[in-house]
Design a protein around this ligand. Sequence first.
Ligand SMILES: [Zn+2]
Length: 324
Amino acid sequence: MIETRRSPGAASFARSILSFDIGGSFIKAAIVEGERTTILGRVPTPLDDADHFGAALRGFLDAANPGPDIVTISIAGVIDPEDGRIRCANIPGIDGRRLARDLETTLSCEVIVANDADCFALAEAHLGAGQGKRIVFGAILGTGVGGGLVIDGQLIQGAGGLTGEWGHGPIAGGNKATSFPCGCGQTGCLDAVGGARGLERLHDSLHGRRLDSHAIIQAWQAGEAAAATTVALHVDLVSTGLAIVVNTVGASTVPVGGGLGSVSALVQDIDRATRAKILRRTEEPLVVQAKCNQNPGIVGAALLGAMHVKRQTWLPTRVTTSAA
Ligand SMILES: [Zn+2]
């Protein structure tokens, strides 16, 4: 199925960019040209074989006419900027590889690979709720907790490629009701209580009832007391983590994406609680719902590609000194 839409504000895409959003289930592809984003389709992600993975991307590239100037990828993995190696637990076939370099050989095209939460933050900063704001911290409350930091329009990619990972670090202390083992190896991380699975964990811990996050949110919105206790605790934990982030990076706005980010009343509660905990006094909403909801990974990755191409155009490739 081909879906075409306009990308307002994306006029800076001067070239043709083949942009992918890659998760543990699907590879989704789009061509971004000028202000137009054309979704090309999606295929299942080959999980265990790097060659099959590369071939799946190659299929989209071969179908693109004319060929793209650059390939950009948003992926649920962490890329070390030092050596380009990716950590991607969901896709074992590419875990530990220098993905961009490998794919440049397979695709015969320049390739940029970025973390999906970073791409989300970049999309929000340029085309979403962060437009016009200097310091944008994009927070994801999805299955777990993630995020990315954009300052003056530039994505901050720090040591280890881990900037924006506010979900990790044992902030819950020894409180048994809120402290759970995390996938990162620590115990008590916000990642284990702040996302949808975390909300479910908290509800089970407080009330001994296993409900999915949608049922808990529904019960909360219907005024059910047990769900209200769970959500109040969730809001307290998430807003504590966000307050530290806001105080640290001086975020002008915090757009929230992910499944829980789509619950307007929850984001409003997190906003009020966060503003009550930060040093800056402001009556303006600070934690807000994300606006770039359609394919933020594809859009954010394409933005990275566009900025990269532009930078290459602007920077001199050769410096010559005229003879005296
Ligand atoms: Zn953790």
